[in-house]
Ligand binder design. Structure first.
Ligand code: SAH
Length: 225
């Protein structure tokens, strides 16, 4: 496990991607209620501008979702911080599954906290792009899979944590079944118009569900592309 991404000059950024710009983002996240120091430090040290196209790099440290092409978005930093914080409240994370790699930004944040991160994405172009970014950042504890993440990755289960970054309309039971007992899954649930962030904890008997706050994610789709 590493405690952050080894920083080189390009990753540190200049001007709109500088340390001061990043500190401002951390100030915003703290003001919005993010308390976990570890999560805040990782977000400060993760070069979000590497995960968006160059034309948007100057906006990478704004607390907003940004388009990443093919109708998808990189999640808002507040949401990344919140979901990661809730996942961590369940205890130490050895193995984590992410559904919806997209830009790879949330994956990189998880890779700084867990021993191993599996991430699945249904769009192959995103997998290729994310793989190149992780290589550049020397993140070696991430395994990417081009698959329908709604089915999980049973061959690598159980997971201490599962984080889903696209919204299904109900709890995917295949994913609950791949959680270790005591493990948690953090995910948006609902339609495009109305979604809530939910934390599902696997118990001996089944699962507990806790509704956290309103959110807005792209839908979880079936099949691969
Ligand atoms: N964590 C990403 C979020 C990208 S948006 C980021 O911050 O960049 C959500 C992603 O989920 C999209 O890339 C979309 O293609 C993917 N997705 C949607 N349904 C999926 C499924 N069933 N399996 C895997 N990925 C899926």
């Amino acid at each position: 496990m590493s405690t952050g991404i080894p920083i080189n000059k390009d990753h540190l950024g200049i001007g709109m991607t500088s340390r001061r710009t990043r500190d401002r983002l951390i100030g915003r996240l703290t003001a919005k209620g993010i308390r976990n120091r570890k999560v805040l430090d990782i977000i400060r040290n993760t070069p979000r501008h590497i995960f968006v196209e160059e034309a948007l790099a100057s906006r990478a440290y704004e607390d907003t979702a940004l388009p990443i092409g093919l109708g998808q978005t990189i999640s808002q930093p507040y949401i990344v911080a919140r979901m990661t914080e809730v996942l961590l409240e369940g205890g130490p994370l050895d193995t984590v599954l992410e559904v919806g790699t997209g830009s790879g930004y949330q994956t990189a944040v998880l890779a700084a906290l867990a021993n191993r991160v599996y991430s699945t994405e249904r769009i192959e172009a995103f997998i290729k792009q994310a793989r190149a970014r992780f290589q550049e950042l020397r993140l070696r504890n991430i395994r990417l899979r081009h698959s329908d993440g709604g089915l999980g990755l049973p061959q690598y289960a159980p997971f201490d944590g599962i984080l889903v970054t696209a919204a299904p309309e109900g709890i995917p039971l295949a994913l609950v079944a791949q959680l270790a007992v005591g493990g948690r899954m953090v995910l948006p649930i609902g339609t495009r118009d109305e979604q809530a962030l939910v934390c599902v904890t696997r118990t001996e008997e089944g699962y507990d569900k806790q509704i956290l706050e309103r959110v807005s994610f792209v839908p979880l789709l079936g099949g691969i592309q």
